[in-house]
Ligand binder design. Structure first.
Ligand code: PEP
Length: 252
């Protein structure tokens, strides 16, 4: 059975003290609920080492990173390696978030390199894909997402892709307060799973967790997560409040 996952992407929010406080609140509240989902906290790099200590030994809660550079080490000022992330027990890493693609011009080829570096280091990429509003209005979202998958992910072997998580994040829904409807999310998740099945096989496709991201909140999480091909969420804004994040986790 594929994993149910709820990951909180804190983006460029929270200084160290606030990050520690939020991680403590989430960990404490998680301990008091019956939670079967895998929970991933994705703070800024400066908070990783401190949060590792807070979540260490807790069931079903892991650390994620927002970025990685696909070289082992060396003269890459400002970047971070897989080895550095592993040294603070990071398990998951975001790749292809629309903010990285759009604001930092990360190409499909570069994302492919990151995915390969992560898999080589036994880290799990959370590969983000999703269309803009214009593409959705033209009804071209399936072609667009298929090309994103083909360019960065579908070159992997079946064994490798089983170690990846996919997040469908329509750009028009990220941070906008305008979430995809449960039906729109299901349609795209089913399409992504069929694309993987065509390239690999049904068993492989059925084993990969596909998360929804884009204005997922306590009041819409349940209907989105109840869809058969939605295996959880990648949560931005609502992951910055422990109460909202826990409520989303409880919607699984
Ligand atoms: C995100 O940035 O991955 C995201 C889903 O953000 P939000 O939940 O704020 O839309």
């Amino acid at each position: 059975m594929r994993k149910k996952i709820v990951a909180g992407n804190w983006k460029m929010n929270n200084a160290l003290g606030q990050s520690i406080q939020l991680a403590e609140e989430i960990t404490e509240q998680l301990a008091s609920i019956n939670n079967e989902a895998v929970v991933v906290l994705i703070p800024s790099f400066i908070a990783l080492a401190s949060i590792e200590k807070i979540i260490s030994g807790q069931k079903n809660i892991f650390l994620g990173a927002q970025n990685v550079y696909p070289k082992m080490n060396g003269a890459y000022t400002g970047e971070i390696s897989t080895e550095m992330l592993k040294s603070v027990d990071v398990k998951y890493v975001l790749v292809g978030h629309s903010e990285r693609r759009d604001l930092f011009y990360e190409s499909a080829e570069f994302l492919k390199e990151k995915i390969e570096a992560l898999l080589q280091a036994d880290l799990t990429p959370i590969f983000c894909c999703g269309e803009s509003l214009t593409i959705r209005q033209e009804q071209k979202q399936e072609d667009f997402v298929r090309i994103q998958l083909e360019k960065s992910l579908l070159h992997l072997s079946a064994k490798q892709i089983l170690n990846c998580v996919i997040a469908y994040e329509p750009i028009w829904a990220i941070g906008s307060g305008l979430n995809a409807s449960a039906e729109q999310a299901q349609q795209m998740h089913q399409f992504i799973r069929e694309t993987i099945s065509e390239k690999y096989d049904q068993v492989t496709a059925n084993s990969i967790s596909i998360l929804y991201g884009g204005s997922c909140k306590p009041d819409n999480a349940k209907s989105i997560f109840s869809q058969p091909d939605v295996d959880g969420g990648l949560i931005g804004g609502a992951s910055l409040k422990a109460k909202d994040f826990i409520s989303i986790i409880q919607s699984i």
